[in-house]
Write a protein that binds this ligand. Structure first.
Ligand SMILES: CC(C)(COP(=O)(O)OP(=O)(O)OC[C@H]1O[C@@H](n2cnc3c(N)ncnc32)[C@H](O)[C@@H]1OP(=O)(O)O)[C@@H](O)C(=O)NCCC(=O)NCCS
Length: 345
């Protein structure tokens, strides 16, 4: 266990650091639904294979004129409404995404313009499927020091734009979505109790989008070779995902002296039902402690955890004071776990 994490947990508990609470959430999924039956007509696959190996039944696909910022802006507006915060009162916007509208300007700036958050400073954070979790911790640090009072944390992805629709091993797994959270200090409330973030760049080859960056700029050859699409070694990723998420979740619980029985709801990264089952098998707890919506959306990368948290909150699965554990894993590799005391007015 990292001493820095323990020190932060202690400082938050003693209220010597300003704590950071989620005071409102929102999410948005595009209208168009792509079912497993639709995919059967596109590649050689079957509903049975997809459901058995992944648990995914359908996913949502953004319209051609809907970039990531359009999805993120809708989720952000819903989160602001839920928190009762006016756009002008947002100090900072972080957008976690691997599918930015453009390399630059950053997607958070584009969302800022759409929602009218004219007093915010804005940047993107790229930590693949762990992007929301990483961004939440960054927001908490800015709030802890008093550098920001109101932070909008967004996880938004148009993964369909980097999916090879002729590759059956990839195209069945992903979907488009966005989620957002307003993060603020609430005196006396604990908010984000613990956050564990880990990375291993030595495993970067197992899940990546090879071309379009400075290493391999876009060219006729890269387009022909399909190098602007995600590539993954599914079996290896599966193994690392399970081990890494279990380790991070255990560390996060240990840093606060908690066990799985203290956690009301676990929100794991919604990539694959078999991964979630393997994690649940090792962490323990009752099946109803694990929130699942991946059958409806597939893996929506940085949007995954926050869309699930928003759905859980709106479904009344969380009461004030409940502990919720978020767990994520993604390309990099980057992974982590956060424990949050739920706050409501
Ligand atoms: C991708 C994944 C579902 C594949 O399941 P798997 O059980 O490992 O399957 P394999 O990749 O070994 O493939 C088994 C067979 O199914 C085939 N297959 C792959 N995709 C298929 C599909 N959509 N439909 C039908 N068959 C498919 C393969 O070609 C292979 O056939 P072969 O044995 O004739 O070569 C699984 O590895 C996985 O979930 N990995 C983690 C992915 C993930 O969540 N990544 C994101 C983390 S952030």
């Amino acid at each position: 266990m990292n001493n820095i994490i323990k020190a932060q947990v202690a400082a938050r508990a003693n209220q010597t650091l300003r704590t950071a609470c989620i005071t409102g959430t929102g999410s948005y999924v595009p209208e168009k639904i792509l079912t497993n039956a639709d995919l059967e007509k596109m590649v050689e696959t079957s509903n049975e294979w997809i459901v058995e190996r992944t648990g995914i039944e359908e996913r949502h696909i953004a319209a051609p004129d809907q970039p990531t910022s359009a999805l993120g802006a809708k989720a952000a507006q819903r989160a602001l409404e839920a928190a009762g915060v006016a756009p002008e009162d947002v100090d900072m916007i972080i957008t976690a995404t691997i599918t930015p509208d453009m390399v630059f300007p950053n997607t958070a700036c584009l969302i800022q313009e759409t929602i009218g958050a004219k007093n915010a400073f804005c940047f993107d954070l790229e930590a693949a499927c762990s992007g929301f979790l990483y961004s939440l911790d960054v927001a908490a640090q800015f709030i802890a020091t008093g550098r920001a009072d109101t932070v909008l944390v967004i996880g938004a992805e148009k993964i369909s734009s980097i999916t090879d629709w002729s590759d059956r091993s990839m195209c069945v797994l992903f979907g488009d979505a966005a989620g957002a959270a307003v993060v603020q200090h609430r005196p006396g409330a604990n908010g984000l109790l613990a956050s564990v973030m880990r990375s291993d760049g030595g495993l970067s080859d197992l899940l990546k989008l090879p071309a379009g960056g400075s290493r391999m700029p876009a060219s006729e050859e890269t387009v022909k070779a399909g190098l602007h699409y995600m590539k993954m070694n599914g079996r290896e990723v599966f193994k690392h995902a399970v081990n890494s998420m279990v380790g991070a979740a255990r560390d996060a619980m240990e840093s606060c002296g908690l066990t799985i029985d203290d956690i009301k709801l676990v929100i794991p990264h919604q990539a694959n039902m078999r991964i979630v089952n393997a994690i649940a098998g090792r962490l323990g707890g009752a099946p109803e402690q694990y929130f699942i919506n991946l059958h409806k959306y597939g893996n929506t990368s940085a949007a995954s955890v926050i869309v699930a948290l928003d759905e859980a909150a709106r479904a009344g699965r969380l009461d004030k004071g409940d502990l919720v554990m978020l767990i994520a894993f993604g390309g990099g590799f980057v992974w982590g776990a956060g424990i949050l005391e739920w706050w409501t007015p």
